[in-house]
Design a protein. Structure first.
Ligand code: SF4
Lengths: 197, 464
């Protein structure tokens, strides 16, 4: 996994609440055998019509917006456990997703793929949407070390939470699996005293 | 201070704690074809084996066709995924119930059915509805593919302990109201995000009265309010269900198991982070009107105004419904009875009982997809297949089917489907499909009437 330190970028706004994983990547695109290529179908049914023509209204089809930060409405990533949602977001080029609330499994999946979910307050999220609406070229800075998300032009900085363990993993580019494999002796010792039926 | 059932089990499975996270031991891992191929690739990249292959069980379910399962799968991508699962299981010696095997079925149906799912366990699967298994008093939750890889590699996961919530439902359900209605009612009250961060224990007299099948329906849909999982303390109903199943403990071990399982309750002085209370008599047959499972209402209610429900305008546009509408009398074109929520034998029996001697409305297509081969065989043995055939209902072979439309079982764009599955997201049953979630009885009644009806009135009429 790549190390995560700072991201300085413009952002893509999707001010829709409760975006579920079926919207992020519809089930019919889950048939791949690898982790690559899902970005092409990110938000597929919002991005393309039934004849596979781009829907001009949708933000990913609008050249005005770009960057490696996705800003979305409350309860982002609810629904299925498919990690393909995180892969699609990462494969498309996003490194950060900002929302006022994330679904649990999505959050875990994102972190396992080096994508940082930045959870800020409802009101702060509104300010972010407003900043992008005012100026699509607005720059944002995400600082993992300081745990801040900053609207650069105004200097407004919002604090976000991240567990100590996950922060360590992201900044060093570690996976959970590295941590687990370093504990195999403990796991075997645990098994030997476990009673199961 | 006493402990919650959840905390007892969590504590009993902690291997080690460091950096504020727990290494949690997993007793049983289920895998399927969609979320596992990349996990096996990860093992190959690291050159490691599956740590405990016997604690994993595989089944292909998401992609599989529900007719002619004995023939090769037509769709090349689905075929490749299923094939990959077979190869990986052979290579890493992971037990598998392949397509056509007498125990094949949807992953969350076959665990309980074969006595693999038992009280006190930790259970994971790369599928959010793993919460189903919590009905047996186990900690069961869905994981992503990276975590599938971790479980394959170490039989453990890195976790932070969730908060606990208890939902107590007391009283008795009215006639025509089922466990599906309980959970749709709860989600509609607590919202689709209301349970995020929590692990839920269901309690109360209404829960105690439920069969294991009905309890599984509730735990299954717990994920739809964002909760990590749901659980119900094991009791005599649980023990009776497990007894005699192929992987249930036998003889002397059975007595030891029961003695242990009886200790699996929340202590009376245990404190939950949050408590919610419901009364069973307030629950009526439920239908969803929007595009998440929290957008549900009693069949006698009207779609609430937009300021009361977040994001509802977009949903109503997609569904072509309007605030103030009642769903009674809405024409439907499709009925789907199946999925890990309501694809068990008890569901099929209920439906068969109701439709015996009746016929589907001409414009409605009805698909019944059993949750497993054993459910299918049992249905045939009991002659339910004949009842369905006479009613014009099509009984298929087991799989996830139109629950997520990864195989060819899809609902066409713009058409309405009353479905016993668990998600009414945009496009879930096919691009543009409009899904109304309900109980199997509501679905059966709609199939006959050709439109959404209040099953209570149908049941009353039947008894006159
Ligand atoms: S039946 Fe539906 S919800 Fe259940 S495992 Fe299959 S796809 Fe998931």
């Amino acid at each position: 996994m790549q190390k995560f330190t700072k991201v300085i970028s413009t952002a893509v706004p999707i001010p829709i609440e409760e975006i579920d994983t079926d919207q992020i990547i519809p089930a019919r695109f889950l048939k791949a055998l690898t982790r690559e290529g899902f970005g092409a179908n990110l938000f597929r049914d919002w991005r393309y019509d039934h004849q596979d023509k781009p829907i001009p209204d949708f933000v990913l089809n609008n050249d005005t917006y770009g960057g490696s930060i996705l800003v979305a409405g409350n309860n982002f990533g609810c629904g299925s456990s498919r990690e393909h949602a995180a892969w699609a977001i990462g494969d498309y080029g996003f490194k950060v997703v900002v929302s006022s609330f994330f679904a649990d499994i999505f959050k875990a999946n994102a972190l396992n793929n080096g994508i940082l979910p930045v959870q800020i307050g409802q009101d702060e999220l509104r300010q972010v949407f407003e900043a992008i609406e005012k100026n699509a070229a607005e720059i944002f800075e995400v600082d993992l070390e300081q745990q801040t998300f900053t609207i650069v032009s105004s200097g407004a900085a919002f604090q976000f939470e991240i567990g100590a363990y996950k922060k360590m993993c992201l900044s060093k580019g570690y996976d959970d699996i590295d941590f687990l494999l370093s504990n195999v002796d403990r796991i075997i010792a645990f098994e030997s005293k476990q009673e199961i039926y | 201070m006493g402990k919650t059932l959840f905390d007892k089990l969590w504590d009993a499975h902690i291997v080690h704690t460091e950096y504020g996270v727990d290494i949690l031991y997993i007793d049983q891992h289920f895998i399927h074809e969609v979320t596992s191929p990349q996990a096996f690739d990860g093992l190959r990249d690291r050159n490691i084996e599956v740590f405990r292959p016997q604690k994993t069980l595989a089944t292909p379910d998401h992609n599989v066709p529900t007719i002619n399962q004995h023939l090769p799968i037509k769709e090349p991508l689905s075929r490749a995924q299923v094939q990959k699962l077979y190869e990986n299981c052979a290579l890493y010696q992971v037990p598998i119930y392949k397509l056509g095997h007498e125990k094949h079925g949807i992953v969350h149906i076959i665990g309980p059915e074969n006595g693999i799912t038992k009280p006190g366990m930790t259970i994971v699967c790369g599928d959010s509805h793993t919460s189903t298994h919590g009905a047996f008093g186990s900690i069961a939750f869905g994981i992503g593919t990276s975590q599938v890889e971790q479980t394959l590699a170490t039989q453990c996961l890195v976790m932070t302990r969730p908060k606990t919530m208890r939902i107590t439902i007391d009283g008795h359900l009215s006639k025509g109201v089922y466990s599906k209605d309980i959970i749709l009612h709860i989600i509609s009250k607590l919202t689709a995000a209301g349970g995020t961060g929590y692990f839920i224990e269901y309690a109360g007299s209404a829960i105690e009265e439920l069969s294991m099948e009905a309890r599984m329906t509730i735990c299954n849909m717990t994920i739809e309010m964002g909760a990590r999982g749901g659980m119900i303390a094991p009791d005599q109903t649980t023990f009776d269900y497990i007894s005699g199943r192929s992987q249930a403990p036998n003889d002397e071990l059975w007595d030891q198991a029961i003695a242990y399982w009886k200790t699996l309750v929340s202590d009376s002085d245990a404190i939950f982070d949050r408590e919610e209370f419901f009364d069973a008599k307030d629950i009526s047959p439920m239908v969803t009107y929007g595009t998440n499972p929290g957008m549900g209402m009693g069949i006698g209610d009207r779609i609430p105004p937009s300021h009361e429900v977040s994001n509802v305008e977009k949903s109503l546009k997609y569904m072509d419904f309007h605030a103030g509408d009642s769903l009674k009398g809405k024409k439907i074109q499709h009925v789907f009875i199946g999925s890990c929520t309501n694809g068990r034998i008890e569901d099929l029996r209920l439906v068969a009982d109701y439709v015996r001697g009746k016929k589907r409305a001409n414009h409605v297509q009805v698909m019944i997809v059993p949750g497993s081969k054993q459910v299918e065989q049992q249905a045939i043995q009991e002659g339910l297949d004949k009842v369905f055939e006479a009613a014009g209902f099509q009984l298929r072979e087991p799989g996830c089917s139109a629950c997520l439309g990864m195989n060819e079982d899809k609902v066409p764009k713009g058409e309405y489907c009353i479905s016993t599955s668990n998600r009414n997201f945009e496009g879930r049953q096919g691009p543009g499909a409009r899904t109304i979630l309900a109980s199997p009885m509501m679905a059966a009644a709609a199939a006959i009437a050709g439109e959404i009806v209040d099953v209570r009135q149908q049941l009353l009429a039947q008894h006159k």
